[in-house]
Design a protein around this ligand. Structure first.
Ligand code: COA
Length: 257
């Protein structure tokens, strides 16, 4: 589904499909694992095997059918992607990440990145804070370097929030495992969700996304300096190269209460 075409006709925001899946993974590989703060801090940027393992989190999210891409209209090239996931309240966030770490991560870097996500989400229970049973997680956002600062991240976030609101009316179609290709044929198909997201949530590790959520009036519920985290003997901030770098969890209610 096409959500938006920019006024100059250059870019299209559309739902992720089997046709754009490989391009979206390329954006995550080149744009996220190479440039994002936690990926740098845990040296995922230097470890292709770890980066490859972590792509499975994107594939798993893709199955929910709520991820979006920005495509160059002329060429069809995917230049930005936002992988989102519908999360239903379970006793804790940990089991999914724990299983993923145990079964899929062979590298210290991939283990550390997933562990960071599990730890960070474990510090702020948005289901309880908002008293909701389902949330829409804007999980992995990246724009290829040469396409940044052209509003694509903002457009992806804006239309992802619209997608989040549409889950309620049943118009969102999950992707089939087969659409992701043979590499991910071992994944389980998306569970039919009997509820719908009441909030949108995100874990923000970049200044740009911290700006972006401020623009969308998300409420920040947790701010932690990256200096608190350590990987392989170095504080995260040392590899990130910014002593003041912070990470935030923020949320936005999707409906008026
Ligand atoms: C974060 C990222 C996706 C933003 O993509 P983008 O397409 O450049 O986003 P936009 O052009 O819509 O910019 C979003 C906002 O961030 C601001 N911004 C963009 N780059 C910025 C930077 N390096 N520092 C501070 N603010 C920045 C923009 O000015 C804009 O705010 P405004 O509308 O108030 O001016 C992109 O920088 C990226 O891929 N980074 C590496 C991966 C990453 O860190 N992902 C996010 C993990 S939470």
């Amino acid at each position: 589904m096409i959500w938006f075409v920019t006024e100059d006709g250059k870019y299209r925001i559309e739902s992720l499909t089997s046709k754009t899946f490989a391009g979206a993974l390329r954006v995550i590989t080149e744009g996220l694992w190479q440039n994002e703060a936690v990926s740098i801090a845990t040296e995922v940027d230097k470890n292709p095997k770890a980066a490859e393992e972590l792509l499975e989190l994107c594939a798993d999210a893709a199955l929910d059918g709520v991820s979006l891409v920005a495509v160059v209209v002329k060429t069809g090239e995917v230049v930005a992607a936002l992988f989102s996931k519908i999360k239903v309240k379970t006793p804790s966030e940990k089991p999914f990440f724990e299983i993923f770490m145990k079964e899929r991560c062979t590298q210290a870097s991939s283990l550390a990145l997933v562990n960071f996500m599990a730890d960070f989400y474990g510090r702020c229970n948005l289901f309880e804070l908002y008293n909701v049973d389902c949330s829409f997680d804007l999980m992995f956002l990246a724009t290829l370097q040469e396409y940044r600062k052209q509003n694509l991240g903002t457009l992806l976030a804006k239309y992802s929030i619209e997608v989040a609101r549409k889950v309620r009316d049943g118009s969102v179609v999950p992707m089939n495992v087969a659409e992701l290709g043979p590499k991910y044929s071992h994944l389980k198909k998306a569970k039919g969700v009997e509820t719908y997201p009441k909030i949108c949530q995100t874990l923000c590790t970049a200044r740009a996304t911290q700006k972006l959520i401020e623009n969308f009036k998300f409420k920040v519920h947790l701010t932690v300096p990256f200096s608190e985290y350590v990987f392989d003997g170095k504080r995260y901030t040392e590899r990130i190269g910014d002593e003041n770098a912070i990470c935030q969890i923020a949320a936005l209610p999707l409906y008026e209460s």
